[in-house]
Design a protein around this ligand. Sequence first.
Ligand code: PLP
Length: 455
Amino acid sequence: MANIPYKIYLEESEMPRQWYNVRADMKKKPAPLLNPGTGQPCTADELKHVFCDELVAQELNETDRFIDIPDEIRSFYKMYRPSPLVRAYCLEKKLGTPAKIYYKFEGNNTSGSHKLNSAIAQAYYAKKQGLKGVTTETGAGQWGTALSMACSYFDLDCKVYMVKVSYEQKPFRREVMRTYGASVTPSPSNTTEVGKRILAEFPNTGGSLGCAISEAVEAATTTEGYRYVLGSVLSQVLLHQSVIGMETKAAMDKYGIKPDIIIGCAGGGSNLGGLISPFMGEKLRGEADYRFIAVEPASCPSFTRGKYAYDFCDTGKVCPLQKMYTLGSGFMPSPNHAGGLRYHGMSAILSELYDQGLMEARSVEQTSVFEAAQMFARVEGTLPAPESSHAIRAAIDEALRCKETGEEKTILFGLTGTGYFDMYAYAAYNDGTMTDYIPTDEEIAASLANLPNIG
Ligand SMILES: *Cc1c(COP(=O)(O)O)cnc(C)c1O
């Protein structure tokens, strides 16, 4: 095999024309979304009050293996895709490992993360339906930024509810969103009934993703011509993000590379789900085997310490119930945790795959994540997002294990974004003031005690 270049790019003509729907190859499918009022599976009509019609169809589609990417979306993808697959030669050398390390870098766009892959798809379907606009929540700000870019491209109004701590700590993200024409409201706010209720109960709260979701859903369902869109967790988002895995697989196949271990950080599961989907498909069909590792923060450990149960997707309990690994919808992650990955639940698809033992999960502490981030930045050049750095941590740990055993494993990880807007967190790490927070068993048990009572 010829030498592997530092960066493997696909030609425009080799870019995927279809998204891959991993549910089609799952023998046991994820559990259906339930209507919180009736406890029965949500119908398409019920979901259409909240989500765009075509996205509802995608959410409920468990059978079509491939779904065509519309030309308008492919044209937008072509502005920043294909994203590079990078051979981390410098990191390998620094670690002195016999392992071969690759990463798929999704930070090469203004929003700075993979989230644009789904934002553009969701904005497209909203526009096609003739809607005026969409509402959403954003935590660290990447999703809101991506969605505001996508909405301005299709001339849609965009209302973003931003978790209050991030709104205050990340003024630059807020301004990027406003530059692209979005309106940004700190959550919880007085603009919705659910926001007022949460403020009355927790006047000093810095907010949470679950609570911002409730506000965005309420705003969408009470405003004519608006629907709600979500940047992670949902199966439609994993579908759109499969473009990451499809490109990666095409690029690896081109050079005859087969990964042994595939690693991704897991917040709501969309980048990990998107990266692993085509590889997981091969595993599900018995064509190949891979190890998949989800990496989550020790401060918000949905997979490793949560429970597989039906739960609300939001604090306000207005969204459908989803069966997933969850810490309870009232779980408020410690404010000392930087960046995203703070969501209490997890993608239903990944939850089911994990429950079936097809995937592993581990949690890592924040300071060790930043240690990995710093090492990566210094040798590979790119300043990684704190979220992505969870995957870097695990990739480094696996590469160091190979160093001990002498195994020449091929490790692939998702580098989901850049960390330019996370410099307060880097500052805390550089100053030595960053701390690790791990919730106690009692805290998690108290939150899980409030799970809805559904079999
Ligand atoms: C949002 C985000 C994540 C986590 O979200 P997933 O849905 O779990 O992929 C990871 N990395 C970056 C850079 C993000 O912006």
